[in-house]
Design a protein around this ligand. Structure first.
Ligand code: CA
Ligand code: CA
Length: 181
């Protein structure tokens, strides 16, 4: 079973260009999906800060994955982006904070059997809580009505101690004092 955990140092701001923070993708062939995995306890932030429109975490061709206990903050376009060819995902206990446009949780098209709950789906500065099947959901109440999901989730400031640290610079070479506790 593929398991991704504890990412932090690898996924800081990119110096140039726009790239996904973490892009997990199966091969685009039948039978070669990225199956039965876990993405847990990772911190992904500050990606795509300089140009482009790119998410903190993006999953494609992923089947039967658990996405749990991750903190995703300050990425360019989405905190968590699920492609339409994913299925059977469980999204639990994540802090997905999107600011300045984009979406905390984006479901491209209608990926099948995506269950999300107990998350903090937080959007500020023009960001939206969700995107699904071509529609934008600005707040958690709208998202719940549309999805019938995230019934125990929150949409609140997670109150990180000091995300950019003492130097007031987020990620990149300035990450050592960044504090998400
Ligand atoms: Ca810093
Ligand atoms: Ca600071």
């Amino acid at each position: 079973m593929p398991r991704v955990t504890g990412l932090s140092e690898q996924l800081r701001s990119v110096p140039v260009g726009g790239v996904d923070g973490l892009f997990l993708s199966g091969q685009r062939r039948v039978g070669q999906q990225l199956a039965d995995g876990q993405l847990v306890q990772s911190l992904v932030y500050g990606n795509g800060s300089y140009s482009g429109g790119y998410p903190g975490i993006r999953l494609a061709d992923a089947q039967r994955w658990e996405v749990e206990n991750n903190t995703v903050y300050g990425n360019r376009s989405e905190a968590l982006w699920i492609e339409a060819n994913c299925a059977d995902l469980t999204i639990r206990n994540n802090v997905l904070w999107q600011s300045g446009g984009g979406y905390a949780l984006r479901l491209n098209g209608n990926p099948l059997r995506v269950s999300s709950d107990y998350n903090d789906l937080y959007a500020t500065g023009g960001g939206n809580v969700g995107y699904w099947n071509g529609a934008v959901y600005g707040n958690l109440a709208q998202w719940r009505v549309a999805r019938g999901d995230d019934l125990h989730s929150l949409s609140e400031d997670p109150r990180f101690v000091d995300v950019d640290g003492f130097d007031n610079l987020l990620g990149g070479d300035n990450f050592r004092d960044d504090d998400f506790t």
